[in-house]
Ligand binder design. Structure first.
Ligand code: PLP
Length: 394
């Protein structure tokens, strides 16, 4: 049972008030995307509407096959959200009460919620100080006889260093469930994310590198048994209509979304290349500013779901306000490490347990990043950051 205390006030953090200020640069992402592909998406959706078949039909199957091939995997299962993807993946691994699943402190809450939904306990590791991703060494310290799985999160589109993690997981007989919600199309060495562990989970939230027109998610795997279980789990536990074998879930991706996603998948590589171009331009211009720019590991083909810099914690609000004054949007993602969120207070984590993630949360500033930005906008955003520091010095 969940008790929600509505009488308890919730304070809006200062960075969020600043991030909510209307700005020109950084807004209009999905509207501009529609300008490029709206006609094709409309046509694809209009193909579905007269058919009367809106769930579990041919468009979903086609998108699943296309996405599986794109991820160089055998199977894909469309689901209702990224959260559902993670939850069902863990259910398919038969993880539940009494089990522990190791994940990372610096992620979206859904990564951990999926573990909690199964009845298992999320165990959080800190992050590497350069990539801000989990590492095999950090995970190794947290393995107990109850550990059943590990969920690496490819933060902002940079893959986790997977080979050492996969070796560790093999040694300890752990499932590896990738949270690739930021990383559609990213590569680790020459392999696509989503194909690296046992199961790959992707959010298809509209603003993701590949996004639906509403909520959506998809799961990839090379494991036939897991695939078959996922088909049952996402459709209320049935293989044959009205024969509900297990307590399943109602978590399907619908036909309209799938038809649109098939169109958008054809654009994904080009859009990721544009993100990489904007990241390179940010890197170049921000080289003169006293900020930490993203480190890209040699094994990574980074797809920049977001471009984040680190600044001093006590200057973050000032910088974000300065950016907003100059019509540049910014954000802080994620502003609180998941184990320090009120919903996980019972687990008893302190900032000292995850020092790098805790400091990251206070220092991160996400700058405008999406494929349909214009070069002048990226230049203005980066130069405004530089100008903030020039004015601060003088
Ligand atoms: C890392 C990560 N995991 C999981 C999710 C959950 O995805 P959804 O919002 O589609 O449920 C998100 C969504 O933002 C995410 O960023």
């Amino acid at each position: 049972m969940t008790h929600i205390d509505l009488s308890k006030p919730v304070e809006v953090p200062s960075w969020l008030k600043i991030a909510a200020r209307p700005t020109r640069i950084g807004s209009g992402e999905l509207e501009r995307q529609w300008q490029e592909i709206g006609e094709e998406v409309t046509e694809a959706m209009l193909e579905v509407l007269p058919t009367g078949k809106y769930t579990l039909g041919p468009h979903l199957k086609a998108f699943e096959d296309e996405f599986a091939a794109y991820c160089e995997c055998k199977y894909a299962v469309g689901v209702a959200s990224g959260t559902a993807a993670l939850h069902l993946a863990l259910e398919a691994c038969e993880i539940g009460s009494g089990d522990e699943v190791i994940t990372v402190a610096n992620t979206y809450v859904a990564t951990a919620l999926a573990v909690t939904y199964t009845g298992a306990t999320p165990v959080f590791v800190d992050v590497d100080p350069r990539t801000y991703n989990m590492t095999a060494e950090l995970v190794a310290e947290k393995i107990t006889p109850r550990t059943k799985a590990v969920i690496p999160v490819h933060l902002y589109g940079q893959p986790v260093d997977m080979d050492p993690l996969l070796e560790l997981a093999r040694e300890h007989n752990l499932w590896v469930v990738e949270d690739a919600s930021h990383a559609h199309g990213a590569r680790y060495k020459d392999r696509r994310v989503g194909s690296l562990g046992d199961i790959g989970c992707f959010s298809l939230y509209p603003s993701k590198n590949l996004g639906a027109y509403g909520d959506g998610g998809i799961i990839t795997t090379n494991n036939r048994e897991i695939y078959e279980k996922l088909l049952i789990l996402r459709y209320v536990g049935q293989r044959i209509k009205f024969v509900h074998e297990v307590i399943g879930f109602q978590e399907r991706l619908d036909e309209l979304q799938a038809a649109a996603l098939s169109v958008k998948l054809r654009y994904l590589d080009g859009w990721n290349e544009r993100r990489r171009r904007w990241a390179a331009l940010y890197d170049e211009i921000l080289a003169e500013a006293p900020v930490v720019r993203p480190y890209v590991a040699p094994y990574a083909y980074h797809v920049y779901y977001s471009y984040a810099i680190l600044v001093e914690a006590d200057e973050r609000d000032d910088l974000m306000n300065f950016l907003a004054d100059h019509d540049v949007g910014s954000f802080a993602m994620y502003p609180t490490p998941v184990p320090l969120l009120p919903c996980y207070a019972d687990l008893g984590y302190r900032p000292e347990d995850i020092p790098i993630a805790a400091s990251y949360a206070d220092r991160v500033v996400n700058l405008p990043m999406f494929p349909h930005l214009r070069e002048d906008e990226v230049r203005t955003a980066a130069e405004t950051v530089c100008e903030f520091y020039r004015q601060k010095k003088s």
